[in-house]
Ligand binder design. Structure first.
Ligand SMILES: [Zn+2]
Length: 424
């Protein structure tokens, strides 16, 4: 009797439980399949990936020693990029700030080399350098970005040569100030400054990037530098991997007033997935990540948003979004929050392509402008590795002295005079 009574009470409840579970499951399955459908139609262009950094750290850039289709130690490989419906990836050529004023240019070239090799030696990938190339690629299009202005060693010719190698975007700083722009981080002691967040030479870098048609990337810069660039640049800019400061108050994220300036500029913020920037914590989930998208949409509209996950650039990503195969989980979450197909198509790729095309239009409008010959003032990039080339005898003597002592203004003046005397 007791058994019968229990069964009569629990029966409807079990039925209700199963029905609820099935309907929830159906919702999840249909959202996932809708997410996959939309991503098939609009394959993702992701703004920032640090695979090249991991290739250096773990494989010394020796591609022969790994299978790019399956790199279980990392968050990125070709098989998972394909599974994640990635149609375009901006790969960062990044070298540590400790290389600033040392061999940053050489190291950056080596990072560009490994990205170029990866993207030309594997048939699923294609190296592209234009918005049209990215739009029309039937493969996973690779675009190269230099991460950190320290990579150009305060030289516009070096910037132009990076462009020649296929670089189409540069983050103005990483976690260190450069002699001409300020970082959001105080991690390194280089070039500490009060105000003057974008020097005259910094403005020349911005102008030259506008002229070349390179995307200016403000992720990692200080807010002051970002404001100065937004005021100065004639082309739209991007934050390739930053999130919303209103949701997580880290200085790497973008505050609302900057978002509004970005909107005016016609630029794009590509949201970073790293837990520390998403939840200001070691743990995060897809829901709080989606809160960043909702917030930015509310402030400046869905047409200003993209995705820049930062995979392989950090440790700790939201549960269910641990590698490049997992993007559909985010799209499913945004669908459940009533993001329309049009909005998601923009977030996935069309917004980035629009901005890149606009950057190219500015380049075309400036086609009559000659390459800039602006040099950084000598004392602003004063470091022990910088050699001023004059007479061979003098320059070798300077190189020797440079290795041993920092250049002081008086020494610089003495060298200039002695060089002048030698030449006449
Ligand atoms: Zn970064």
């Amino acid at each position: 009797m007791l058994i019968y009574k229990e069964a009569s009470i629990s029966g409807p409840w079990i039925l209700w439980f199963i029905c609820t579970l099935l309907s929830l499951l159906h919702g999840v399955i249909s959202e996932t399949s809708r997410a996959l459908d939309i991503m098939t139609k609009y394959p993702l262009i992701d703004g920032h990936n640090d695979l090249a950094l991991r290739l250096r750290i773990q494989y010394k850039n020796k591609l022969s020693q790994l299978n790019p289709h399956n790199i279980p130690k990392l968050a990125t490989d070709i098989t998972r990029l394909t599974a994640g419906h990635v149609g375009g990836q901006i790969f960062a050529a990044y070298v540590l700030c400790t290389a600033q004023d040392k061999d940053a240019v050489r190291l950056t070239m080596e990072q560009i080399d490994v990205i170029r090799r990866l993207c030309t030696e594997n048939q699923e990938l294609e190296l592209v350098t234009t918005a049209g190339g990215m739009r029309n690629s039937a493969k996973i299009a690779c675009l190269i970005s230099v991460e950190g202005g320290h990579s150009i060693d305060s030289s516009l010719p070096a910037l132009r040569m990076f462009y020649q190698l296929g670089v189409r975007s540069m983050t103005l700083t990483h976690t260190c100030n450069t002699p001409w722009a300020e970082s959001s981080s105080r991690l390194y002691p280089y070039y500490q400054r009060k105000k003057n967040s974008l020097t005259e030479f910094g403005k020349a870098v911005v102008n030259e990037m506008n002229r070349l048609g390179m995307l200016i990337d403000l992720s990692h810069t200080s807010w002051e530098t970002a404001r100065a660039v937004l005021k100065h640049s004639t082309a739209p800019v991007i934050f390739s991997h930053s999130s919303a400061h209103a949701i997580c108050n880290d200085t790497r994220n973008v505050p609302d007033d900057l978002l509004l300036l970005l909107k005016e500029n016609g630029g794009l913020i590509m949201v970073n997935f790293y837990n520390r920037f998403v939840a200001c914590s070691k743990e995060a989930d897809v829901s709080i990540l989606a809160d960043h998208f909702d917030h930015i949409k509310e402030v400046i509209g869905a047409e200003s948003i993209g995705i820049g996950a930062d995979f392989d650039g950090a440790n700790g990503f939201p549960q269910g979004l641990e590698d490049v195969s997992k993007y559909p989980a985010l799209i499913g979450e945004l669908m459940s929050r009533n993001w329309s197909e049009e909005e998601l198509a923009g977030v996935l790729r069309l917004n980035f392509l629009r901005v890149f095309q606009e950057v190219e239009k500015v380049r075309d409008d400036m086609s009559n402008t000659l390459p800039s010959e602006v040099e950084i003032p000598f004392l602003e990039a004063n470091n022990s590795c910088r050699v001023i080339l004059t007479h061979p005898v003098i320059s070798s003597e300077r190189s020797y002295r440079n290795r041993n002592s920092p250049l002081l203004p008086a020494t610089a003046l003495a060298w200039f005079i002695s060089g002048f005397v030698q030449l006449i």
